[in-house]
Design a protein around this ligand. Structure first.
Ligand SMILES: C[S@@+](CC[C@H](N)C(=O)[O-])C[C@H]1O[C@@H](n2cnc3c(N)ncnc32)[C@H](O)[C@@H]1O
Length: 464
């Protein structure tokens, strides 16, 4: 237990208190105030939080060694915007729970400043990723940083630069992953804890962190659900994901991700009240721009209910559906008049304001005619997974996922849906999916990719 410790976004001091408790176990009580002042440091933007943290830490020390002056730790725990501080590589341990603030909550000016200042800021940046980059600059050689953050950055395309930067310049040691998203009230995110070391000498090849999976029960602490496994990382920013270890499998199973062309969430429009219409709403719109939609709730086992709703898809597709182009509004007066009525709200969408998309474009990229492809659909959120084949009719909305069979692949859409609705596979999927609200499970793409599916149907196996 050596050196200087910092929580760069200390809030009311949860991590600082833990530093102090550990120091209290290691040094005699009479030494504690001096040791704490030499070693424990915290910053926060919020003056109320800083005051609360100072008081909490002082009281923790006083409990063990008597009254201290109110100036105790005044220089150590202070108001600061950590992202604006010039780095001083002064710390041996940096630990904390940095703010999770996504690009959508930042002003354009803030975002621009971050894009200029941080090498890893790109696309949909989030403050916690900047806290990773900046925090590492404050470490002495050999020092370690450990944060609890959302796990998105381990796989998201917009965090490629961060993964590249870490793999090339630092030594990621451990990643602890959790199965639940509800560890923090009101924060819908699946957390992970990452520990990264600042090396004493340049990193010749990327180091491989060890990944452990934990389950968390509401009443109890985390329980390991796997042994630690090494994830080999590359310096090109490839995702740092390893599947949760699964029980040994028969050779006639394969991960779904290896069998299909694509697994993805359905289309987000950014303004469903404009783009998703009922029978009345579609009347004035050119039929070639309309696709029936499927929402999560419309999907039952083996069956998709007619939602009696259509999406206005402002795209023209090539005859084979593989190329897509945003429409020219002059050519579609019906759609143009409808979109114009929503113009103000459409322009306020993130994809228009921040990404600079055309005001009547959809939020998500459209690169092919998804509705017209045969695919397997499932709801993103459900108590039990439910899969059904759509024979090239419906466009899944954001509340559904779709699995596109690989043309000529080992399982067509019907066989895939059967395999995925198999009770053993469905139960395995249910237990792996993180719990969302009130017992519902969230079937994220990564979990779907990793699920092992039988290559022969149950009846084939029974007959064999
Ligand atoms: C998720 S809270 C974590 C608080 C504490 N570490 C804990 O676990 O209880 C994040 C804290 O970051 C602070 N914060 C946000 N932006 C900051 C910045 N740029 N510099 C320093 N602190 C910041 C917020 O005021 C908030 O207290």
């Amino acid at each position: 237990m050596v050196g200087r410790w910092l929580d760069p976004a200390c809030g009311d001091g949860a991590f600082l208190l833990e530093f102090v408790r550990r120091l209290a176990d290691a040094v005699p009580a009479a030494e504690l105030p001096r040791t704490v002042e030499e070693r424990v440091f915290g910053f926060d933007l919020d003056i109320t939080a800083v005051d609360a943290a100072r008081v909490a830490v002082r009281e923790e020390v006083e409990r063990r060694c008597g009254a201290l002056s109110s100036a105790f730790l005044a220089g150590n725990i202070r108001v600061a915007d950590f992202l604006e501080l010039d780095p001083e590589p002064d710390y041996d341990v940096i630990a904390g729970n940095p703010p999770y603030v996504s690009a959508t909550q930042l002003t354009a000016a803030e975002k621009e400043r971050f894009l200029e200042r941080f090498a890893t800021a790109w696309g949909r940046l989030d403050l916690y990723t900047l806290f990773i980059e900046h925090g590492l600059r404050f470490l002495r050689a050999g020092g370690r940083l450990a944060y609890i953050t959302p796990d998105k950055w381990l796989g998201a395309a917009s965090n490629r630069r961060l993964r590249t930067h870490l793999a090339r310049n630092y030594v990621p040691r451990t990643i602890d992953r959790f199965e639940r998203h509800d560890l923090f009230p009101g924060v819908a995110t699946v957390p992970c804890v990452t520990m990264i070391e600042r090396p004493r000498s340049p990193v010749p090849t990327p180091a491989s962190p060890m990944v452990r999976w934990w389950s968390v029960d509401p009443g109890g602490g985390p329980q390991p659900v796997s042994d630690a496994r090494e994830v080999s990382i590359r310096s090109d920013g490839t995702p740092w994901l390893v599947a949760r270890p699964v029980p040994p499998v028969e050779a006639d199973h394969a991960p779904l991700g290896d069998l299909v062309e694509r697994i993805s969430v359905g289309v987000a429009t950014g303004l469903n009240s404009c783009f998703v219409l009922d029978a009345e709403g579609v009347r004035s719109i050119e039929p070639e721009l309309l696709r029936p939609v499927a929402r999560g709730r419309d999907i039952a086992v083996g069956q998709i209910r007619d939602a009696k709703r259509w999406m206005l898809v402002p795209y023209c597709f090539s005859d084979d559906g593989t190329a897509a182009e945003l429409i020219d509004l002059d050519e579609f007066p019906g759609a143009a008049a409808h979109l114009a009525r929503h113009q103000e709200a459409l322009k306020r969408r993130h994809c228009v304001r921040v990404w600079g998309k055309a005001w009547y474009d959809l939020h998500d990229p459209i690169t092919f005619d998804l509705a017209r492809r045969t695919k397997v659909l499932l709801p993103d959120l459900a108590q039990h997974p439910r899969f059904a084949v759509d024979n090239g009719r419906a466009l899944p909305l954001h509340s559904a996922y779709y699995v596109l069979p690989r043309p000529g692949g080992p399982l067509d859409a019907g066989a895939l849906a059967d395999a995925l609705n198999d009770p053993v596979v469905a139960e395995e999927l249910r237990t792996r999916a993180p719990t969302a609200k009130s017992g519902y499970r969230r079937f994220r793409a990564q979990i779907l990719r990793d699920i092992l599916v039988p290559l022969a149907s149950r009846s084939d196996r029974d007959a064999a």
